[in-house]
Design a protein around this ligand. Sequence first.
Ligand SMILES: [Zn+2]
Length: 397
Amino acid sequence: MHDYLDEWEAKVYALSVAATHVCSKCVVDRELWRRVEADTTLGRCDFCGITSDSATFEDLTAGITEALYEFYVTADESGAYHEEGDWSERVEDVQEILIDWLGDAVDSPVVVPLTRFAAAANAVEYGFVRKADIWASLYDHDEAAWRAFMVEARSGDVGKAATDLLTRLNPRTVALLERVTQVAAAKGLFQVTRPSLWRCRAGGQDKNYHSAPDLGTAPAGRASAGRLNAAGHSCFYGSTTERGAILESTKHAGEAPEFWIGQFEPSRPIYHLDVFEVPDPPSPFAIGAADSHDALAFLRRFADSISQPNDTNDEGHYLPTQVFTAFLLAGIEPPEAIRFASSIDSTSENWVVFVDHEHCTDRQSPENSELRLVLVQETARHVSTAEVGSAIKARPS
Ligand SMILES: [Zn+2]
């Protein structure tokens, strides 16, 4: 056993040099290969033994270093400081960054020797700091701006409050949110569709909630803070299935929940941001990947935090989600809704539609381009505690 480890260690050591050759098959990430393609020569791969187009560790490392500096700056350059053993920013070790990146980019025998060589070539005194930590910047700098927004949104015009918020946010945050929106557009996440949406309201048989004002969005001022909205700013939360709506509503409904439920149809197709499935971020080695990588990571966090169950004590958790939503609403062509996956049942599709109490109606109003949600009258019915129980039991595991 001991001999075997010594032998392995000696082999890795011997391969961790500039002249080691790797072929295009052993470099599985096409984006990494693209970075070195111009410098490849015909040679024998030191890993699989095949003679074909191959690159040296030295050339690969040049490409890796380029990508590294697209995502990171050195701790020294970042302005991060060291106090009582702690860094003011998250400082990462180059070895850890590269083992993570190369683990997905090259065949497994190549990972350790290449990481060792490329990390040694990029040794700096303290380590590296990630250039764009979007979430940290939202948490750290914009809480005061957000509080001002909530006060303004509660007292009246949410659209104006959102516009004002943008003037209060620091320009770096606004630039990042713009970039996120551009990447979302480039990935086709802005869509137009016409979903049928079920919505529940807690209440016993005697309540007789049969109309759109009963079952639609709560009147302004009565809405509690949700995942996307500031308290008082009302919007319509719905699910595309009856069961989905029941499951979502049981989260806040106490011990023996019973509901009234109804199905709403939009008066016209809805322009919306679709984060039901956010595409995978690109390889870190793709040219210009740093921007879209961080934007997609942001959208994933956004999608996750919308689909998390509400926790009214956790204000910070919702802050970036709410700031991004406010940013979208203040735009030139703001989305009218967001489509996202349920955290309770990932097969269920949830929607938040930015329509208020007055725009949930019982009758289709003709010749009006304003978006309304129209209750399908015959669908309104009472859901007993027993039926809620069987919906919970029928949940796919
Ligand atoms: Zn090979």
